[in-house]
Design a protein around this ligand. Structure first.
Ligand SMILES: *Cc1c(COP(=O)(O)O)cnc(C)c1O
Length: 378
């Protein structure tokens, strides 16, 4: 029996040679050649007016909160079933996350509940594309337009996915990607901000460069650079960008490999869904996903936790997430709930993520599925 880890970062083989090039170029701070290549690749991929590498998706979301000009008491509508950064980026500006429940099928924000959560203080909606499967963006964009709200897509898990043919992250006014080691395309720690509404472009560059107009200096638009706005240091160094470039070059192939693993899981687990002992992911018709994640939903918290232990004994490492933000210490302090959290709580109790990494073979998938079957089918 082979031990199967939950995640294993995939290396393309080109990372070290690009890092050596960055080293030889003697440009190690941000916005060198590799960063430019990555930004241009993202712009070509998504059609974004501007793409800016950041040191994390968290940093991209923080830039989004600054661009949205979130003030103390401003409300931001988002799911509770998400990673902490979705909320934290806005709480840092004094914003109040308003949590709404998720849909039982995609586990994304339930777009039919958003309008009820809007008040005179609402500034933005932050849809999170869970597992790289799109939220119902047409409905969300329509609500935002009618109420004059900004949409900042947390597309941390969504690179290479589309909604009605449009890349995730490119639909809202702003979008954020993650290149963290646990995502599909990686840089260790890394991220990007997509500026789709061009009127945010200039200020986005300034915020990312410590509140200075340094980017304008490089373009020859000003003859000295200076402090012009609030900001922070959100850009990655060239070593990180060099690593990331090696991944972007083969992003299509990485996605294909992940999809093949995802599809194999989906096939071998189908009989267990038919038997009624688990539920598999549901991908809506108009969504093309990126196989960021393969998860199953068990019947109860007890059964989920029991399965984690039995799989561990059989050499299969699985994990669950998220503690719903509305029930977390900081979430209770800084946010508020709108409506019930029935689906959020049940998914948090019952969801289990299975190993999925490039390099996994069918035998690993079969070993995992076999161990699940032995445990949950009496
Ligand atoms: C991973 C993730 C983030 C954070 O990404 P970092 O690059 O680690 O900052 C934010 N939101 C979601 C939904 C994520 O999955």
């Amino acid at each position: 029996m082979e031990f199967i880890p939950f995640n294993k970062p995939y290396m393309t083989g080109r990372e070290l040679s690009y890092i050596a090039q960055a080293h030889a170029n003697s440009h190690l701070s941000g916005d060198g050649n590799f960063t430019k290549k990555c930004n241009m690749w993202l712009e070509a991929l998504t059609g974004a007016h501007k793409a800016l590498l950041t040191h994390s998706c968290t940093a991209a979301l923080e830039t989004g909160a600054l661009l949205a000009d979130i003030q103390s008491g401003d409300e931001v509508i988002m799911p509770s079933y998400t990673f902490v950064s979705t909320a934290n980026a806005f709480v840092l500006r004094g914003g109040v996350p308003v949590f709404v429940d998720i849909r039982p099928d995609t586990l994304n924000i339930d777009e039919t509940l958003i309008e009820k959560a809007i008040t005179s203080r609402t500034k933005a909606i932050v849809p999170v594309h869970y597992a790289g499967v799109a939220c119902e963006m047409d409905v969300i964009m329509d609500i935002a337009k009618r109420h004059n709200l900004l949409v900042i897509e947390d597309a941390a898990q969504g690179i290479m996915s589309t909604y009605k043919g449009r890349p995730l992250g490119s639909i809202g006014h702003l979008g954020a990607y993650s290149f963290h080691e646990t995502k599909n395309i990686i840089a260790g720690e890394g991220g990007a901000l997509l500026v789709n509404d061009e009127h945010f472009a200039e200020r986005a560059e300034i915020i990312r460069e410590k509140g200075t107009n340094r980017s304008q200096l490089f373009r020859g638009q000003v003859d000295k650079y200076t402090w012009v706005d609030i900001g922070s240091s959100y850009l990655p160094g060239e070593i990180t960008a060099a690593f990331l470039w090696a991944q972007m070059e083969v992003a299509e192939a990485i996605t294909e490999k992940r999809l093949a693993i995802w599809k194999h899981y989906h096939e071998v687990l189908a009989p267990l869904e038919t038997a009624g002992v688990l539920r598999r992911p549901i991908i809506p018709e108009d969504c093309r996903h990126n196989a960021h994640m393969y998860y199953i939903l068990l019947q109860s918290l007890e059964k989920r936790n029991e399965l984690i232990d039995r799989l561990q004994e059989q050499g299969v490492n699985t994990v669950f997430h998220y503690v719903p933000l509305h029930s977390s210490l900081a979430g209770m302090r800084y946010g508020r709930v709108c409506g019930t959290m029935i689906n959020t709580i049940s998914v948090s109790d019952c969801l289990l993520r299975l190993p999925l990494w490039v390099g996994m073979g069918e035998m690993h998938i079969d070993q995992t599925a076999g161990a699940i079957k032995r445990t949950i089918c009496p």
